[in-house]
Design a protein around this ligand. Sequence first.
Ligand code: 5GP
Length: 119
Amino acid sequence: MAYDTNNIFAKILRREIPCDRVYEDDFALAFSDIKPQAPVHVLVIPKGEYVSSDDFFSTAPDAEVAGFCRAVGNVAGKLGIAENGYRLLANHGADANQEVPHFHVHIFAGKNLGPMLAV
Ligand code: 5GP
């Protein structure tokens, strides 16, 4: 799938629409999810144009992958959620119901998150 430069996260990166900014560095931007599913629900997105985790992990330069992973850790540190725990999630494609076609990692925290998947 080609990258859609008009997806909502591309617009957030270009500051065309606002977000509740949590963290930013050269590789990533983190902001609160507009429909939080946990007391802490933050999205971390790379600055580069990648459709999904599958695209990012297979095509991004090593420095961008490393920088993005460090950023996720930095966000967790900034949020102070490491001690009690948190969950990372990335949806890729139709079966995962990926909604926004710009790679993003969800960070969930702030309570016991229960089982990983609803059955
Ligand atoms: P996905 O299903 O693609 O993994 O998750 C997309 C997430 O983006 C959803 O949790 C949704 O609530 C969030 N989202 C969609 N549009 C916006 C927006 O305009 N601003 C913010 N902050 N989050 C959004």
